[in-house]
Design a protein around this ligand. Structure first.
Ligand SMILES: Nc1nc2c(c(=O)[nH]1)N[C@H]1C(S)=C(S)[C@@H](COP(=O)(O)OP(=O)(O)OC[C@H]3O[C@@H](n4cnc5c(=O)[nH]c(N)nc54)[C@H](O)[C@@H]3O)O[C@H]1N2
Ligand SMILES: Nc1nc2c(c(=O)[nH]1)N[C@H]1C(S)=C(S)[C@@H](COP(=O)(O)OP(=O)(O)OC[C@H]3O[C@@H](n4cnc5c(=O)[nH]c(N)nc54)[C@H](O)[C@@H]3O)O[C@H]1N2
Ligand code: SF4
Ligand SMILES: [Mo]
Length: 673
């Protein structure tokens, strides 16, 4: 420490399950470094390399410093500075004209993860757009099917905590890559292994954990539903289903069993592209080992079979009777551990305006009528690179008659298409309340430095827009701190008290959650619903069924786009990031005359991506990999994985099908020697 260094405690609210507590070193009002603190037990004093680099984002050349308006053509990044008052005035006057001519539904607010906190989203923004009668956004790009499955089966019963993984004898990591996406789970898995636990990984890629696993099942993307159903069938057929538990605590077991019967191990092994003996071994291990825990990730949901797959996976611990012991059960998002009622702090009143699925942004901007979208307000989100069907999204953003506001910290690929760009604070410059979805906590996020340039926090800007648009009621929040206090007042009392006293709160269940011991399903009748009628209706009678693989003769390769350790979705894509590479199995490369380091084209009818290729057996044959969250500058032709993903929706809950992309890969240019 230098003499003038001070340490400020805060928390990381980025879209990551772990929700680290942070200790930020500041000198002369400038961030020097960011490290973990021990307030959050899960953090154990260390954080990821991404957030260690966060100061480069705060002070980087891409930072939006003040409001700007567009001068040149859309997408050309020619902007001129204006004052906040001018910018807000222009937005208010255009919104007024649009509402008068087209009605409120011609306005589409567009937001997602961003800083993921309780203050920076769904507060004054929600109030503004409801008052304006804007179209409503279905926030479905991520976790919609997993959330719906978890709600229907268990009413979002809290998950097995990271700490309790050490108690497990069998750990199944299914479509998750915690080595990158939730790094604090790793030491617990390693500790469990040292104590003799076995590890199974279900993933088309050889992830770091797959290398350490006793069994790695490299399934074809999108086939998890039948893999899980084969396990169910095995459990029922071998007398390993826990009848007593099912009779007392579940309903729908017979219907599930009936659908599972169609899926014997040999048939499933063929479809999933794995060895039948391996699948058999997995089933035997799961049937005979306790405590057994399944860490289900979000890689499972991103395809046309995704909802059913998550449902079938999360139903396994109920059928196999794995609950009731520490280290047994499932882990999915833990955000439902808090029963939060946002209406207690938004209180804007529901409005029955039309709903736009965010995965259909391109379609909405180019096809929607009655009324068409005339104003798009983007914040906490970078849709030009993160939503499906990138080329159609960009065509929509290029519309000259579309008025687009982008409110962000940096000039994202989306901001380049804006008519007005507004500067947002980062979490180091604002208040928030961070909620982990792996770690079980709420934490206070507080400013450690003054706002950069003229950046302002969301809560304040949307509050100011309420005024500018003359949508103020009597009891409008007066700025960011007022919103923070209102959120605190609306939280469960115990959590609010803990946050006020120590900046940190945990849900009450007497220690960590032990499923069916101190936490129970929150379904209407308190039972596990293995065959939810609502989802059976939504899928038109196709619950627990498999709709096949979208591959065609022209586009035989499955393209998946998992998270990397460099960015969080597209956040931090502004930093100098390495050029994107397509990962391909040697068999697929040889068949196409492609060698490591060549520049290739991955293409289908929607678009194409040009980039160098890495040829390695780190992915199964028939599947290729591009990172998610790339900025357009990361590839040779400015297209990213989302350009190859159709905007088809998951079997239920309207989720995105990024991993249903099917492509052909061909040589563009030999590697230079
Ligand atoms: N460093 C970093 N951390 C992050 C993020 C990030 O971008 N970067 N993103 C955050 C967000 S928004 C989320 S949602 C979470 C996501 O965290 P994860 O659940 O880990 O999500 P993914 O990386 O999308 O996919 C996980 C794994 O699923 C595999 N997979 C792909 N398709 C299939 C399939 O059909 N079946 C099976 N069994 N596996 C499949 C992929 O190969 C990958 O290894 O991580 C969060 N944490
Ligand atoms: N190909 C492919 N694409 C994917 C996925 C995939 O698997 N494959 N996965 C998807 C997943 S899991 C997710 S969650 C989505 C995420 O997609 P997005 O929701 O678009 O998330 P980010 O790309 O992180 O963009 C968040 C933006 O919010 C800004 N921001 C952060 N905090 C604030 C704030 O307080 N105020 C304002 N105004 N702005 C702020 C950041 O600077 C950043 O530009 O991407 C999806 N995209
Ligand atoms: S991104 Fe995740 S691992 Fe990194 S500091 Fe934030 S919460 Fe921790
Ligand atoms: Mo996500």
């Amino acid at each position: 420490m230098h003499s003038h260094d001070i340490l400020v405690e805060t928390a990381c609210p980025l879209d990551c399950p772990d929700s680290c507590s942070l200790s930020v070193k500041v000198n002369g009002g400038r961030v020097v470094s960011i490290d973990g603190s021990r307030l959050q037990p899960v953090t154990r004093g260390y954080i990821c390399a991404k957030v260690r680099r966060f100061p480069e984002h705060v002070y980087g050349a891409s930072r939006v410093q003040y409001p700007v308006v567009r001068h040149g053509p859309k997408g050309h990044a020619t902007f001129a500075r204006v004052s906040w008052d001018e910018a807000l005035g222009m937005i208010a006057s255009i919104i007024a004209k649009v509402r008068e001519r087209w009605g409120g539904e011609a306005i589409l607010p567009f937001s997602y993860g961003g800083s993921n906190g309780l203050v920076s989203q769904d507060t004054t923004d929600a109030r503004l757009f409801r008052r304006l009668g804007a179209s409503r956004l279905l926030r479905s790009v991520c976790a919609a099917p997993t959330g719906a499955a978890l709600e229907a089966l268990y009413g979002k019963m809290p998950s097995v905590a990271y700490d309790d993984y050490v108690e497990a004898r069998l750990i199944v990591v299914w479509g998750a890559n915690p080595s990158v996406t939730g790094i604090h789970l790793l030491p617990y898995i390693r500790e469990a292994q040292r104590r003799g636990a076995r590890l199974v990984v279900v993933d088309p890629r050889r992830t770091p954990l797959a290398r350490l696993a006793d069994l790695h099942l490299p399934v074809r993307p999108g086939t998890d539903v039948v893999v899980a159903l084969a396990l169910h069938r095995f459990l029922f057929e071998q007398g390993a289903a826990d009848r007593q538990f099912l009779d007392r605590h579940a309903r729908g077991a017979d219907e599930l069993r009936e659908r599972a019967l169609e899926w014997p191990i040999e048939r499933v092994a063929e479809i999933a592209g794995v060895e039948a003996v391996d699948l058999q071994r997995f089933a035997e291990m799961y049937a005979t080992t306790s405590p057994a825990v399944i860490r289900c990730g979000w890689g499972v949901e991103r395809n046309r079979n995704g909802g059913n797959a998550v449902l079938a996976i999360l139903a396994l611990p109920a059928v196999a009777g794995k609950f009731g012991v520490r280290g047994g059960g499932y882990t999915m998002s833990t955000s439902g551990a808090w029963k939060l009622d946002r209406d207690r702090w938004i209180a804007a009143g529901e409005q029955a305006t039309r709903v736009v699925n965010m995965n259909h942004l391109g379609r909405a901007l180019t096809e929607l009528a009655d009324p068409p979208i005339k104003t798009l307000f983007v914040y906490n989100c970078n849709p030009a690179v993160t939503m499906p069907d990138q080329n159609r999204v960009v065509r929509g953003l290029e519309r000259e008659d579309l008025f687009t506001v982008v409110f962000d910290q940096v000039f994202t690929d989306t901001a380049l298409y804006a008519d007005i760009v507004l500067p947002a604070t980062t979490f180091l410059e604002a208040y928030d309340i961070a909620r982990g979805y792996g770690a079980l906590s709420l934490q206070l996020v507080q400013p450690v430095i003054d706002a950069i340039g003229e950046a302002r926090p969301n809560a304040q800007v949307f509050g100011d827009l309420l005024t500018a648009c003359e949508q103020n009621g009597d009891e409008e929040p007066q700025g960011e701190l007022d919103v923070l206090m209102r959120v605190l007042d609306g939280l469960p009392e115990r959590a609010a008290t803990q946050l006020r006293e120590s900046r940190f709160a945990v849900p009450e269940c007497g220690g960590t959650p032990v499923q069916f011991e101190n936490v129970f399903p929150r379904t209407p009748d308190g039972k596990v619903d293995l065959f939810p009628a609502s989802l059976e209706a939504e899928t038109h009678g196709r619950l627990y069924t498999f709709t096949g693989d979208p591959a065609t003769d022209r586009y035989p390769l499955a393209l998946i786009s998992p998270a990397t350790d460099k960015t969080i979705s597209s956040t931090l894509g502004d930093l100098g990031q390495p050029e994107a590479k397509l990962l391909m199995h040697p068999d697929d490369a040889t068949a196409r005359g492609i060698a490591d380091g060549d520049v290739v084209r991955a293409a289908n009818d929607l678009g194409e991506v040009h980039c160098p290729v890495t040829v390695a057996p780190a992915v199964r044959p028939g599947t290729v990999v591009l990172p998610k969250g790339l900025w357009r500058k990361s590839t040779r032709n400015g297209s990213t994985a989302t350009a190859l993903a159709a905007d088809t929706l998951t079997d239920f809950a309207g989720g995105a099908c990024f991993n249903d992309a099917r492509v052909e890969v061909s040589l563009v240019e030999r590697r230079a020697h």
